[in-house]
Design a protein around this ligand. Sequence first.
Ligand code: G1P
Length: 294
Amino acid sequence: MKKVRKAVLPVAGFGTRVLPATKSIPKEMLPAFDRPAIQYVVDEARAAGVEHFIFVTGRNKGAIEDYFDRAYELETTLKEKNKTALLEELDRLCLPPGAASFVRQQAPLGLGHAVLCARDLVGDEPFAVLLPDVLVHASPSCLAQMTAAYAEVGGNIVAVDEVPAERVSSYGVIAPKTAGDQGPLIEMSGMVEKPPRESAPSRLKITGRYILQPEIFGLLATQARGAGGEIQLTDAMQRLMGSQTFHAFRYAGRDYDCGDKLLYLEAFAALALAHPELGKDARAVLEAVLARKP
Ligand code: G1P
């Protein structure tokens, strides 16, 4: 079985749900406490052994490319000022030479189309997709848990977790083969993108972490538009289920969706509280703010 070495990160979206914050900076660069949201996603994938990162970008996303590059002027200044700890941290966060590729999605045609743009860069091997809107707080990292499951069952794997019935229509939703299946690996009989609440096959939503086989690309290339008039990854995966195995994987951890303002606030607060050095002080700050009279 081939190892999952490459990850696709679709970062072309406009971030309209968090405007005006995203008018001139990519939403992936908004801080989640002390680092840009995208850093958590890259760290999650690196912890799973991913060696190459393929960013599917769009216009005005240059800040992401700059962020993963070395910043010589900054590093020289920090060196002169003996800021060794900061320098070490920047060094740790930098990607190794040649480990990042950038390809542009030229039109906003949907997630399936964004993944298709990475076809040549991925080549003929299994790969991960991580949606940077979703930050997953988990140890081992969500993708590391998925690659461990992949080593057991192979095929294709999508991370899922349960959401209240009123939220299913915002997500891709899977149909488990056996109702009430409680284990972490769930056999699936289908999946559907943004189903109406009444016809959703379950309350297990796709979390935005995938391990996929390269045969998905041939299907994405011919995929008709689906929900929202977009080329949906979920629809191509549903077709691939005809010839390959798919498992849903209930990871141990918690996801934070940074896709809208209040969910972003939740992610920011949760990651501040979970910070290894500053978490305790962050809690005191948040409690003090909440205790103030409006
Ligand atoms: C995308 C996927 C959906 C998934 C969701 C996770 O939807 O199409 O299947 O459940 O991400 O956040 P989007 O949020 O881009 O509408």
